[in-house]
Design a protein around this ligand. Structure first.
Ligand SMILES: *Cc1c(COP(=O)(O)O)cnc(C)c1O
Length: 197
């Protein structure tokens, strides 16, 4: 993985999707050392899944990036995240909401897969009511080889957000970010397409 390679991929995607969408580079595959490559490649926003890794990476790179949290949010880690991040994509419990102090998106589990994080549609209203700084919604559709199969999930997420006057939509990963942007994503979270294959 070289800075030039990552930059080329990043800029190709930027050109594809336009300037209005925030590209969040998912860094769970990237070691503390390798993160330097992303900074050199011009990546501005990174999304981390684990609070411990977030802390280690932030300690080393601080102002080089804007930091988002995209992983499972444990209430006992909320303090760390409050101090580092500008946005959490994955709020999904009232216990975490009690400790969180920064803008957040509520993660919605639209597929009903038990392995997936996020609140059900039925519990969405209560969680939004429990947190004063909800900016939008996030979802992770099932893994697929056919990006089109994600479209109904993205459409549904947009509808749920619109009904509630929420403007931010975090949806789309390497497998389906183009479809997500067509359906109104304001943030995409991509990893593999930047660093792999
Ligand atoms: C890893 C991850 C991504 C990025 O997935 P890719 O398939 O590598 O693009 C996006 N969102 C979340 C929550 C992730 O954990």
């Amino acid at each position: 993985m070289s800075p030039d390679e990552v930059r080329e991929r990043y800029e190709r995607i930027r050109t594809e999707i336009g300037d209005a969408v925030t590209i969040v580079a998912a860094t769970k595959y990237v070691s503390v050392e390798e993160l330097a490559v992303l900074a050199e490649a011009g990546i501005e926003v990174v999304g981390e899944n684990r609070a411990q890794d977030l802390e280690a990476k932030h300690a080393r790179y601080g102002d080089a990036f804007r930091w988002h949290f995209i992983g499972h949010l444990q209430s006992r880690k909320a303090k760390t995240i409050n101090g580092i991040c500008e946005l959490v994509h994955s709020l999904s419990s009232e216990s975490a909401a009690k400790r969180l102090e920064i803008p957040a998106l509520v993660e919605v589990n639209l597929s009903g897969e038990e392995t997936k994080a996020g609140v059900s549609e039925d519990d969405l209203e209560a969680l939004i009511a429990a947190y004063p700084d909800v900016r939008g919604l996030m979802t992770m559709p099932p893994e697929t080889a056919d990006p089109e199969s994600s479209r109904p999930y993205f459409r549904r997420l947009r509808q749920l957000a619109t009904e509630r006057g929420l403007t931010e939509l975090s949806m789309g990963t390497s497998q389906d970010y183009r479809i997500a942007v067509e359906e109104g994503a304001t943030l995409i979270r991509i990893g593999s397409v930047l660093y792999r294959g």
